[in-house]
Design a protein around this ligand. Structure first.
Ligand SMILES: [Zn+2]
Length: 53
């Protein structure tokens, strides 16, 4: 029972860690998703300094 719950939450976190630009898995993707609402890693964010906000 507890194992199933752990797997579900783990899959959800892994999905949020995938960058939409380079499709790489990085922990910074989830941080940027919370901060900016974009699923983007810190590397792609740095290369895209011009944000139309
Ligand atoms: Zn990226």
């Amino acid at each position: 029972m507890t194992n199933e719950n752990d797997q579900e939450s783990k899959v959800d976190i892994d999905k949020n860690d995938i960058c939409e630009e380079c499709l790489n898995n990085h922990e910074s993707v989830f941080q940027n998703l919370i901060l900016y609402g974009y699923k983007i890693c810190k590397f792609c964010k740095t290369s895209k300094t011009i944000f139309p906000i």
